[in-house]
Design a binder for this molecule. Structure first.
Ligand code: CA
Length: 222
């Protein structure tokens, strides 16, 4: 998967070295020697910024503020020669995702970039697949599948419908009638027992789900 990285570093030699290391990883690197050049590209954000704090024209922190204003979620790795804790704190408070004090080995930067790109990759994958973590289970709504670790917990169609409703209505007291209407459809008529039986099966298959019984009424997922 191709990732684009914007590198802002005014030291030409260092810029060249970091660019070449990152390109070697197969990433599309756009390098900037000035803050002003980089600022022009804020509207077309990359997957990740690598940002020097000490720039001759624009301060890296100022640039980060602009980046955050535009695309709050784009990760930023700060690189800086000012190795004081103050810088570190400032960087983190502004939402920089990582921080490297100069001098560092190019390999160190590569490792940190990889870590963030892996995170982006799995986030995007989850978004595409519509997966969500529910009480330690991974639920894919698009595929109607539930996993615990690598293992799939096979649910029937009604069990999955029930699970979906319990996820959507977390904390709400659901009467047996409401559950029946929503899982089976208002036109169908069954006894309350079908609701109880389905809950029982779901509890057995997904014991971490925390389904409470509300006596004489129905159920609630806490
Ligand atoms: Ca600099």
């Amino acid at each position: 998967m191709g990732y684009q990285i914007y590198l802002v570093e005014d030291e030409a030699k260092l810029n060249e070295i970091l660019t070449s290391y990152m390109k070697h990883e197969g990433w599309d690197v756009v390098s900037f020697l000035t803050g002003a050049e980089a600022a022009e590209r804020i509207d077309t954000p990359p997957d990740l910024w690598v940002l020097d704090i000490m720039l001759p024209d624009i301060d890296g922190i100022q640039l980060l503020k602009e980046i955050r204003k535009n695309r709050a979620e784009t990760p930023v790795i700060f690189i800086s020669a000012r190795n004081s804790d103050m810088d570190k704190i400032m960087g983190l408070e502004l939402g920089s995702d990582d921080y490297l004090a100069k001098p560092f080995l190019p390999r160190e930067l590569i490792i940190r970039v990889k870590k963030i790109l892996n995170r982006i990759h799995s986030q995007r994958k989850q978004e595409i697949e519509g997966k969500e973590w529910i009480n330690g289970y991974q639920v894919s709504f698009s595929k109607r599948q539930v996993f615990e670790g690598q293992e799939e917990i096979v649910l029937t169609s009604k069990e999955f419908d029930m699970l979906t409703m319990l996820i959507q209505e977390k904390g709400k007291a659901l009467s047996r009638q409401e559950i029946m209407d929503r899982v089976w459809g208002a036109d169908e008529f069954y006894s309350d027992r079908v609701v109880d039986n389905l809950i029982k099966r779901l509890r057995k298959k997904l014991p971490n789900l925390a389904i409470e019984t509300i006596y004489g009424f129905g159920y609630r997922r806490s």
